[in-house]
Design a protein around this ligand. Structure first.
Ligand code: SF4
Length: 401
C-alpha cells in the first residue's frame, strides 16, 4: 500500500522502501520539539510555545514525547483541535493541577500471578494480562500505562527467564482461558521473538484465546506486513493440530482507534490483511474530551469499523492519569453518549460496553445510574459508588464535573 512521503522526508532523501518499513518508522521516531517543528513546518509563534512545553516536560533519560513520522503525517497542523494532534502532542493544560490522579499504575500486590517476577497480572479468574514490552511506537498523552511506557518507572521488559516463569504460572492455572498481551505495545517486538512467545503460549492446553492489544495500526501500520500476517495465521491454524489440545487457539488483534480520522488507508490495509488471514480484530476506544465525546463522531468511527468487520469491544472512560484532566469527561457524559448511540438502530446489538478501569478490574458502566451504580456529591467533588462484580463490595471511583 504505497503512501505519500511528506515533503520534509522527501527532501531528506527518504526512500519509499524506508518510509514503508516499520523498523525505519520506529528508528526515526521524533522526540524533540526542534525536529517536530521542522517536520510540521510550524509557524514561529507556535514553535516557541511547543519548545517551552517540551522543555518543561524534559527529564534526563526519558522521552517525554515519541511520535513516528507516519503518525505526524496524519495530523492537519492547520487545525489546532486536530484529534490526532490532541492525543499525541503535549499541551500546556498538562501542567494544571489535577482534581484527582493516580501517580502509579493501578496495581495490587496480589495481582501478580508470577510473584516478584511481575510480568503477569491477574484480576479475573479466567484472564491473564501478560506484558512483553515496555514501550510503544508512539506515546499517547492520556495513556493509562504511562508509568511503564512513557515514564519507565515500572519495569516491564521481559527476558527468557521471566517468560519461562510466566509460562509456568499460566500452566499452573487451568481456569485461565485468555491471555491478553498488552501495555507497552507488543507489536514493537521483532517478529522472531514475538512468534516464539506466541508459539509457546498456544501449547498450553487450557488457553483458548490470545489477544494482542496494539496501537500500531495508527502509529506504525507498516508493522502488519504479509510475513507477519501469514505467520500469525499459521500459528493459529497449527494450533488445531497440537497434541493434547482438543480445540484450536483464536488469535485476535485488539486495535485502538478513537476517531475516524485515524483510519488511514494504511490502517485499513492492515485490518483487511488480518481479516483476510482469519485473524479476529476488535477495537477499543477511549472517550476523550474535545476529541470524540460526540455521538456523531463515535457513530462515524463505529460505522467505519463495522464496515471492515471489526468487532466493537469497549468504550473506555478515560482514567485519572496525571496531566490528563483536560482530556477526561465525566461518567455522566459517557452515559449520555451511550444512550444516544443506542437510539441509532443501525448499531442495535453491536455497541461496545462502556467501561471504566478500577484497581479492582474493569467495571461495566450502565446507561443510567441505579442502586448499584450511584453518583454522589462528595466534599472534594463527584464520586461514583458502585457494587463491584469482581469484589462483590461497594467501590469508589472519583469522577469529574
Ligand atoms: S499505544 Fe497504548 S500503551 Fe502505548 S502509549 Fe498509547 S495508549 Fe499507552
Amino acid at each position: 500500500m504505497p503512501s505519500n512521503i511528506p515533503k520534509y522526508y522527501k527532501n531528506k532523501g527518504v526512500t519509499a522502501a524506508q518510509w514503508h518499513d516499520w523498523r525505519w518508522q520506529l528508528a526515526n521516531n521524533i522526540n524533540t520539539a526542534q525536529e517536530l517543528c521542522q517536520v510540521a513546518n510550524l509557524p514561529k509563534s507556535e514553535a516557541k510555545k511547543l519548545m517551552a512545553i517540551f522543555a518543561k516536560l524534559a527529564e534526563p533519560g526519558l522521552d517525554a514525547v515519541r511520535l513516528t513520522p507516519f503518525l505526524i503525517s496524519l495530523i492537519d497542523w492547520k487545525n489546532p483541535t486536530d484529534p490526532i494532534r490532541l492525543q499525541h502532542i503535549p499541551d500546556e493544560a498538562e501542567f494544571k493541577p489535577d482534581r484527582y490522579t493516580i501517580n502509579k499504575v493501578w496495581e495490587q500486590p496480589n495481582d501478580f500471578a508470577d510473584g516478584a517476577n511481575r510480568f503477569i497480572q491477574q484480576k479475573y479468574p479466567d484472564i491473564i494480562l501478560l506484558r512483553l514490552a515496555s514501550t510503544c511506537n508512539a506515546f499517547c498523552r492520556f495513556c493509562f500505562e504511562k508509568e511503564r511506557t512513557l515514564r519507565r518507572s515500572v519495569r516491564t521488559a521481559i527476558g527468557p527467564i521471566q517468560f519461562k516463569k510466566a509460562l509456568d504460572a499460566i500452566n499452573s492455572k487451568p481456569n485461565v482461558r485468555q491471555i491478553l498481551i498488552s501495555g507497552g505495545d507488543p507489536m514493537i517486538i521483532p517478529d522472531q521473538l514475538l512468534f516464539h512467545y506466541l508459539g509457546q503460549i498456544v501449547k498450553i492446553p487450557h488457553i483458548s484465546t490470545i489477544r494482542l492489544n496494539t496501537r500500531a495500526l495508527l502509529h506504525n501500520p507498516f508493522r502488519i506486513d504479509e510475513k507477519f500476517v501469514n505467520t500469525l495465521a499459521k500459528i493459529q491454524t497449527d494450533s488445531w493440530k497440537i497434541k493434547g489440545r482438543e480445540r484450536g487457539v483464536s488469535i485476535e488483534i485488539g486495535v485502538h482507534f478513537n476517531h475516524p480520522q485515524e483510519l488511514s488507508a494504511e490502517a485499513l490495509n492492515a485490518i483487511r490483511q488480518l481479516r483476510r488471514a482469519g485473524i479476529g480484530v476488535y477495537n477499543q476506544t477511549v472517550l476523550l474530551k474535545g476529541i470524540n465525546d460526540n455521538v456523531e463522531i463515535l457513530a462515524d468511527l463505529y460505522r467505519c469499523l463495522r464496515q471492515e468487520n471489526v468487532t466493537l469491544h469497549y468504550l473506555s472512560h478515560a482514567m485519572p492519569v496525571p496531566g490528563t484532566d483536560h482530556l477526561r469527561t465525566s461518567i455522566t457524559a459517557g452515559q449520555i453518549i451511550m444512550r444516544q448511540l443506542r437510539r441509532k438502530k443501525e448499531f442495535r446489538g453491536q455497541l461496545p460496553y462502556f467501561e471504566t478501569s478500577h484497581y479492582t478490574g474493569k467495571q461495566i458502566i450502565p446507561d443510567d445510574f441505579n442502586d448499584n451504580f450511584k453518583l454522589f456529591k462528595a466534599k472534594n467533588g463527584p464520586e461514583i459508588h458502585f457494587l463491584s462484580d469482581i469484589t462483590g463490595k461497594i467501590e469508589i471511583l472519583p469522577d469529574v464535573n
